[in-house]
Design a binder for this molecule. Structure first.
Ligand code: ZN
Length: 198
């Protein structure tokens, strides 16, 4: 039996579902929620439901969006013939901070990982191939330099081989085993400049 009252235990369990939150941290978070005013607690819970209700995936690139098409895909001043393929929407934020990239993106929604049941059909790869056939000149594959990221990059490049587009991969700058999301501006810029053709 739990040492906490059932409603509190339920709250602790919800916090434990978040990445990197262990039992101890979850208990601390749950207790701080109890310390919130009724209004603050209400704001907290409605922020969760509102975000879930209002945010969806862009129909073109699968980036997070409030509208059907995200602001990046809707921007005519960007180069829509250059697509940067990323694992998740968080990577887009990192690239946008750099401001050196004026193309558009494609969010895969993960990387190929058979051990975890993530096969190519579970990712937005087929959509990417469809987009590429529509006048795209270059695809930069910006998956993280992990084993799965490399596998995914190789797989995508093989699918794009006979389409006539230039396929490149972020080459250096990002440490192996690193995460694009946490790379600094210089590192990310160097990685874009140093991309290489497959
Ligand atoms: Zn989009």
């Amino acid at each position: 039996m739990s040492e906490y009252l059932p409603p509190l235990e339920k709250l602790i369990e919800q916090f434990r579902k978040l990445p990197g939150v262990g039992r101890k941290s979850a208990v601390r978070m749950a207790f701080s929620v109890l310390d919130l005013s009724d209004e603050a607690a209400e704001n907290f819970s409605s922020a969760i439901t509102d975000a879930k209700k209002q945010i969806r995936h862009c129909e073109i690139c699968h980036n997070l969006s409030v509208d059907e098409v995200c602001p990046i895909c809707a921007d005519d001043t960007r180069d829509h013939t250059l697509i940067c393929v990323v694992e998740d929407a968080k990577a887009i934020l990192a690239f946008e901070k750099v401001r050196g990239f004026r193309g558009v993106y494609h969010v895969l929604g993960g990387v190929i990982s058979p051990i975890n049941g993530i096969t190519p059909d579970k990712l937005a790869i087929a959509d990417l191939i469809k987009r590429v056939r529509d006048g795209v000149k270059e695809v930069i594959i910006a998956t993280n330099p992990t084993v799965e990221g490399e596998t995914t990059a190789t797989y995508i490049s093989s699918l794009l081989k006979n389409t006539g587009v230039t396929v490149s991969r972020l080459a250096y700058g990002i440490p192996v085993g690193g995460d694009i999301e946490y790379a600094d501006e210089v590192t990310l810029n160097r990685a874009i400049e140093g991309r290489r053709a497959f």
